[in-house]
Design a protein around this ligand. Structure first.
Ligand SMILES: N[C@@H](CCC(=O)N[C@@H](CS)C(=O)NCC(=O)O)C(=O)O
Length: 455
């Protein structure tokens, strides 16, 4: 197979003014020739000349865009809004003038908090939020809430914990926008049964088990179930949901949108995003489950759901990391393209690394040898992803750092170099110059996949 060509070309994408001259590989690093070294030095000097960059006018954006709260940069786990360890200053007596104060997780991953949040928005209740870092819960929170779990809420000053109790209190305290039928309505009994079904024999549990490919908890001496068995158990639960939805005239469980729908939302949202990605199993447009698909579509049309839902990338990152999952095998054509792209990249890796070092404008602040090694690791991982081989990580050869902070600092330095490398390569590749069209598609997808998994 011909190597990924890296020919110089006249037009974007992937054009570079000068061809790769020469790259010699040391044991773990690329040795640059004098010209290349001079180029790197020029880039570094240019980086110091910040006065050459245009002035940034935030006011212009301010005047021409809607007024919204800022991107919050809460402390949280990765992947999240910001890789910071700072704690948010929060206190139990946040002096809210509103009738409801919600205590919830910083990351907005907790499905129980999500139910309460969804109900608050659907009922049009004004509320304030106190964020609790679940990895470092404040003492006052542990003293205030006996379970130490989120969510908790103060409703008209009264502390309530356990999401089901909070939801009940909201129904009682804010009866003008009910989410449940009145107790004398025959639908009331039906609502209780469905909420019970959601919690106790849930489609969520069966779905997560199938996603993870293993039972969580349970008796360790039980023989592990096969993925086919887990799939069948999930399908049985979906059939149950399909049947129950079929007994209602509209798309929701009861004649109107209700708390029953809210109860099912967090698990179904997570499964609808992650099943296609990790199991190649669609919930939104699966001909076997038309009512489930219609329920999801009706849910997605609700403005309150748009405000609380996550995006597929975030959910994919979280579940991939928590369950150690890789995306489902992609279709045949993609595999052929990936093998071609990976093979070409592998064959011409030294030139590709040198090209990145020379042309991507990566800062050399961490030292030329370190940067060259980090670029090389990134290019290796890109080829390995395409070829379906195991990846190298910062810990691959060195399993112990002096402290967790050292390991984290190293990961961040590598991530910064990798991010620039991948963004550059994604735009640099050009077909048919460097590889066939299907190989370039696979190449770019693999680069993006690596990019989003960095932080
Ligand atoms: N039964 C509880 C479950 C709440 C729950 O499991 N919360 C998790 C976050 S998703 C939690 O607080 N975990 C922290 C911990 O257990 O210490 C409810 O419905 O409110």
């Amino acid at each position: 197979m011909a190597a990924f060509s890296l020919r110089s070309a006249g037009a974007l994408p992937g054009s570079r003014p000068s061809p790769i001259r020469r790259a010699q590989r040391g044991r773990r690093s690329v040795v640059l020739n004098p010209l290349e070294r001079a180029h790197v030095a020029t880039m570094a000097a240019a980086a110091d000349n910040v006065g050459l960059l245009p002035a940034i006018d935030w006011d212009l954006l301010e005047r021409s865009s809607p007024q919204l709260d800022g991107y919050t940069l809460r402390a949280g786990q990765v992947p999240s809004s910001c890789p910071t360890e700072d704690q948010l200053p929060t206190s139990s007596d946040s002096d809210t003038a509103k009738r409801v104060l919600l205590y919830r997780d910083t990351n907005a991953w907790c499905p129980f908090c999500e139910r309460v949040w969804f109900a608050l928005l659907e009922k049009g209740i004004e509320f304030d939020t106190v964020f609790i870092d679940l990895r470092a819960k404040p003492d006052w929170y542990l003293e205030m809430v006996p379970t130490g779990m989120v969510p908790a809420a103060k409703v008209d000053g009264k502390l309530i914990y356990e999401s089901a109790d909070i939801l009940k209190a909201l129904e009682e305290s804010f009866p003008d926008t009910p989410l449940l039928p009145p107790s004398d309505d025959p639908m009331s009994q039906r609502a209780s049964e469905l909420i019970n079904m959601c919690d106790n024999s849930g489609v969520g549990g069966a779905g997560y088990t199938y996603l993870a490919g293993r039972r969580m908890g349970g008796d360790a001496s039980d023989p592990p179930p096969s993925v086919e068995e887990l799939k069948a158990a999930f399908e049985a639960k979906l059939n149950e949901m399909e049947e129950v939805l079929g007994e209602s005239e509209g798309p929701f469980f009861l004649p109107e949108f209700s708390l029953v729908d809210i109860m099912f939302t967090p698990a179904m949202e997570r499964l609808a995003c992650n099943m296609p990605r990790f199991r190649g199993f669609s919930l939104r447009d699966n001909p076997s489950y038309p009512r489930v698909g219609a329920w999801l579509a009706a849910l997605e049309a609700r403005p309150a759901f748009s405000a609380i839902k996550s995006d597929p990338e975030t959910l994919g990152l979280i579940f991939g990391k928590v369950f150690g999952l890789s995306p489902a095998q992609e279709e045949e054509e993609r595999d052929v393209g990936a093998l071609e792209a990976g093979g070409k990249l592998k064959q011409n890796h030294a030139a590709v690394v040198a090209d990145v070092l020379k042309n991507a404008g990566i800062s050399q602040d961490s030292g030329a040898e370190f940067v060259a090694s980090a670029v090389e690791m990134t290019v290796y991982n890109l080829a390995a992803t395409l070829l379906g081989q195991p990846l190298k990580t910062v810990e691959s050869d060195k399993t112990e750092y002096n402290s967790p902070a050292d390991a984290l600092a190293m990961k961040r330095r590598v991530a910064a170099v990798s991010a620039a490398t991948l963004a550059f390569l994604r735009n640099r590749v050009s077909s048919p110059r460097d590889m066939t069209a299907s190989a370039a598609v696979a190449f770019r997808e693999a680069a993006v996949k690596q990019l989003v998994a960095l932080y």
